[in-house]
Design a protein around this ligand. Structure first.
Ligand code: FES
Length: 181
């Protein structure tokens, strides 16, 4: 029988309950529940691991072991845009480290960190199979190739501008809704 669990943070626990209910009888249900929860919440902080642990009656150490073992899971909140700098051989030889340094300078974060405004997370990756475009970075699903460190500010600025435009459009549509437009 499921336990009542006290919650502190403002996560969508109703959604997590639905996920648990849907998958708890499946084989490999823990991984599936963690995957679906991460899709819904964006990451798997300890509060959520502990909630799932109590709901499923599985020790938190087991759940945390799974979360830390698989690289697809993250315990940190990610930025809206994840930058992946390829550090494969072709990209490395063509200056990937300089590109990483330029991004770090521009965003004032280290690899593995997220900007304060939660807009960008910086990561490195292995070869993504676009060696002909080396050095390569991905920003979410977009690939940017043949980069030099000098290209970094303008590329990042495009995402910042898109984000701001989306925010303004959202605000305007809310005003429109309020006015019955
Ligand atoms: S080494 Fe970077 S894409 Fe292959």
């Amino acid at each position: 029988m499921e336990q009542e669990v006290q919650v502190k943070e403002n996560f969508d626990y109703k959604k997590i309950d639905e996920i648990i209910k849907k998958y708890k009888k499946d084989d490999g249900m823990l991984i599936r529940i963690l995957q679906r929860t991460q899709e819904a919440v964006g990451y798997l902080p300890l509060e959520i691991q502990s909630y799932i642990s109590e709901k499923l009656g599985i020790p938190i150490s087991t759940i945390n072991g799974v979360v830390t073992f698989y690289s697809l899971f993250t315990q940190e909140q990610q930025g809206q845009y994840t930058i992946g700098v390829c550090m494969g051989t072709a990209c490395y030889v063509k200056g990937a480290q300089e590109v990483v340094d330029a991004i770090r300078d521009e965003l004032q974060i280290d690899v593995g960190e997220t900007t304060m405004d939660k807009l960008f997370t910086l990561k490195t990756s292995r070869c993504i199979g676009a060696c002909g475009l080396a050095p390569v970075i991905t920003i979410n699903e977009n690939v940017h190739g043949r980069l030099s460190p000098a290209d970094v500010p303008s590329i990042l600025y495009k995402y910042i501008k898109t984000h701001k435009k989306t925010r303004v459009e959202e605000s305007l549509s809310k005003v429109g809704d309020k006015n019955g437009a």
